[in-house]
Design a protein around this ligand. Structure first.
Ligand code: GDP
Length: 297
């Protein structure tokens, strides 16, 4: 049995080792295998279609070097194209730190995506390099979220700004900013509210919060398990907020990471981190080549 895509592609190309160029006929089957692998990894079908077209164009007529077999050439083209779409060879995209602290980071995404947990992880990430962080509880509709952020803050010894007397998140964010300045914080991370589905009120509130504090980073937090839906949600959030980056959570589950490709493709925004578990240390910078290998299986 051929399990990995690489094995399947090697099988497809078997028997045509003497080819000197990759031709339309001999890549049909190979492209089909790539399409199946991407769909199995839950990449959005439209994104798959565009990706396959790009690979077809790049592969056609590609000369097969004496030292390589056609399958090796094709596998390299697919892998390189995937790495390229996911963000290129560079190490993880960096968080844009403001030269005039505090750097303001706003987290946005659907409820349950992992915003609160990820806010704590991100704070811990910066605190490890000696930065001071203020966590801001602006998820006012889910009282448990405020408690949850306070607990996370205690665990990592980060200051947490809360104001249970109001549901005015713009006020909370603005007051928190004044507090962050007063206490000379390097960063302030705003945990915003999410809904189970995109809705206008929530979006308007996020836009008003953004306008009030002018964040240096707006990070869209997406659940890697969301599959085909990831595209619509990411597009809506990005259209409204003009996000600066993406964090993909729950990559410890069965998800092969297709959502990474879908979201990157529709938003054009860099993936910056992945979350790989519920614990605070389950958090890593994003590397396109690692994700490409995971998606291809
Ligand atoms: P929010 O509603 O967006 O703030 O989401 P939460 O931070 O409350 O997270 C929702 C649930 O997902 C919680 O049970 C978290 O423990 C869990 N969670 C968050 N990130 C991860 C992750 O990377 N892996 C796993 N397995 N669970 C996660």
């Amino acid at each position: 049995m051929f399990n990995t895509l690489n094995e399947k592609l090697t099988a497809v190309f078997k028997g045509m080792r003497k080819q000197i160029r990759i031709s339309e006929e001999n890549i049909q089957d190979a492209l089909k295998q790539v399409r199946i692998a991407l769909l199995e990894a839950d990449v959005n079908f439209k994104v798959v279609k565009r990706f396959i077209e790009n690979v077809r164009e790049k592969a056609l007529g590609e000369a097969v070097l004496k030292s390589l077999t056609p399958d090796q050439v094709f596998i390299k083209i697919v892998h390189d194209e995937l790495v390229n779409v996911l963000g290129g060879d560079d190490a993880a995209a960096k968080i844009n730190l403001n030269s005039k602290p505090p750097t303001i980071i706003m987290m946005a995404g659907l409820q349950g995506a992992g915003k609160t947990t990820t806010s704590g992880k991100l704070a811990r990430f910066f605190m490890k390099s000696g930065k001071s962080v203020l966590l801001v509880a602006a998820d006012v509709y889910r009282p448990a979220a405020i408690d949850q952020l306070e607990i996370l803050g205690r665990q990592i010894k980060a200051d947490v700004y809360t104001d249970r007397s109001t549901k005015d998140v713009v006020k909370i964010a603005s007051d928190a900013l004044a507090y962050a300045k007063k206490t000379a914080k390097d960063l302030m991370i705003i945990d915003t509210a999410g809904r189970l589905h995109i809705d206008e009120t929530l979006m308007d509130e996020l836009v008003r919060t953004k306008d009030a504090v002018n964040p240096d980073e707006i990070l869209f937090v997406a659940d890697a398990m969301t599959g085909q839906d990831a595209v619509t949600v990411a597009k809506t959030f990005n259209d409204k907020l003009n996000a600066t980056g993406i964090i993909l959570t729950k990559m410890d589950g069965d998800a092969r990471g297709g959502a990474a490709l879908s979201i990157k493709e529709v938003t054009g925004k860099p993936l910056k981190f992945i979350a790989i578990g519920e614990k605070l240390e389950d958090f890593e910078q994003f590397y396109p080549d690692r994700m490409a290998s995971r998606i291809l299986g």
